[in-house]
Ligand binder design. Structure first.
Ligand code: ADP
Length: 248
């Protein structure tokens, strides 16, 4: 047992002539918070898409708990407990928060497995309420989601992902567009989801202050290739990383 939930090895992915990832190898340690940084266009989202089965990779391997998943599709990978969120929120803006929470589970039942297939409706509702409480939206549970602030919508989306009890959650820029006060609340929730619920997190983040505070290991991509991996301290002081950002 390597202690890694995800092992990405030598992954390459091109779109036509554009090389988005080239020979990337990254570990996501079980129970940890791994950060993924890099300038715009360095291949971060492509790597996430490859891991969750959104598109096939050209080369390399991706293992989840020792099992090769690079040939599996999104629903099969989600069923194994590996979920992602998106840079743009994907909530149902005309429905209230509770409905959004409940729908995120029925979606899973339709296509994403049956881990909670036996859960009764009332239990599902109670779990949804607990999670809304956890993200600080319990009082707003009957409010139409489109009326929440952008930051609150992100918190709702995070709670919706937790409804599926993922083992690993891939978060694509969770703090993008959120005001500083809510950012601190979100960081706190992410840490608690990791510590209390034991969810392994793999996080793309542009905000350096956030990722340095949140992650225990960070990998940096540049031009589709892995530039460096290390602790937040090592990464912050790595001249190659500094150059990649200044040169971007
Ligand atoms: P990042 O997330 O680090 O900003 P991306 O993974 O989105 O980087 O993009 C890496 C490169 O791959 C970019 O040059 C981008 O234009 C290209 N790319 C990403 N997705 C596609 C796609 N579906 N079709 C064509 N090119 C793409």
């Amino acid at each position: 047992m390597s202690g890694n939930l995800i092992e990405v090895r030598g992954v390459s992915k091109s779109f036509g002539g554009v090389v988005a990832n080239k020979g990337v190898s990254i570990d996501v340690a079980e129970g940890g918070i791994t950060g993924l940084i890099g300038p715009n266009g360095s291949g971060k989202t492509t790597l996430f898409n490859s891991i969750v089965g959104y598109h096939p990779i050209d080369e390399g391997s991706i293992q989840f708990k020792g099992r090769e998943i690079s040939k599996l599709r999104v629903p099969e990978i989600a069923r194994l407990g590996l979920l992602r969120t998106f840079q743009q929120t994907r909530i149902y803006s005309k429905m209230d928060c509770m409905k959004n929470m409940l729908i995120s589970v029925s979606h899973r039942d339709e296509g994403l497995g049956t881990m909670f297939g036996s859960m009764r409706d009332r239990e599902t509702e109670e779990f949804a309420e607990e999670l809304l409480e956890f993200v600080g939206l319990y009082q707003k549970r009957f409010l139409i989601a489109g009326e929440l602030s952008f930051g609150q919508q992100k918190l709702l989306e995070f709670a919706m992902a937790l409804m599926n009890r993922p083992e690993v959650l891939l978060l694509d820029e969770p703090t993008a567009g959120i005001n500083p006060t809510l950012i601190n609340g979100l960081i706190d929730r992410l840490k608690r989801a990791n510590e209390q619920f034991g969810i392994t997190l793999f996080v793309i983040e542009h905000n350096m202050r956030v990722i340095m505070n949140l992650a225990d290991r960070i990998s940096c991509l540049a031009h589709g290739e892995l530039l460096a991996t290390g602790t937040p301290d090592e990464i912050q002081n790595d001249p190659r990383v500094v150059d990649a950002y200044l040169g971007a």
